[in-house]
Write a protein that binds this ligand. Structure first.
Ligand code: ADP
Length: 141
């Protein structure tokens, strides 16, 4: 992709509380552009690959259970400095520490139930976009 693009996952709490549209509106209102979007159910293998960096943590089984509660929505989002801008819009991982006005501050519950996943760097984003989207599912327009 020529523009900086990141990977967002709307987690099961966002799906169950029907907040995908509301959260997506915030990204769009910030001038970020949707490049690809799909719904999928996490299988064990994909989930273990996606969360390999936390696989040894004591809370990992809980994350696995939570992330499979409902399908998730994967979103490819682009814009200048998109990784940092998305993480600013979301607020910190722990929703309890997130300021009101941020997505997690307004809709998140705690450190696990925190509305969205977002890539933490452009390098991670490139790998994560490949994990969830085939090249022909990402659009330039
Ligand atoms: P982020 O998703 O914000 O990049 P991490 O990569 O550190 O954060 O963690 C990945 C995911 O693991 C978090 O989004 C959250 O769902 C879960 N997680 C992190 N820390 C905890 C914790 N202490 N207890 C439960 N779940 C956690």
């Amino acid at each position: 992709m020529s523009q900086e693009t990141t990977l967002i996952l709307f987690k099961p709490d966002a799906i169950a509380s029907a907040r995908v549209g509301q959260v997506l509106s915030r990204f769009e209102a910030a001038g970020l552009k949707v490049r690809g979007i799909k719904m999928l159910q996490f299988g064990d293998a994909l989930l273990r690959e996606h969360y390999a960096h936390i696989a040894s943590k004591p809370f990992f089984p809980e994350v696995v259970q939570f992330m499979q509660k409902t399908p998730v929505v994967a979103l490819a989002l682009s814009g200048d400095n998109v990784v940092a801008r998305v993480r600013d819009l979301l607020g910190p991982t722990d929703s309890k520490k997130a300021a009101k006005g941020t997505i997690r501050g307004d809709f998140g519950v705690d450190v696990m139930v925190n509305v969205c996943h977002a890539s933490d760097s452009l390098e991670t984003a490139a790998a994560e976009l490949k994990r969830f989207f085939r090249p022909e599912e990402l659009f330039q327009y």
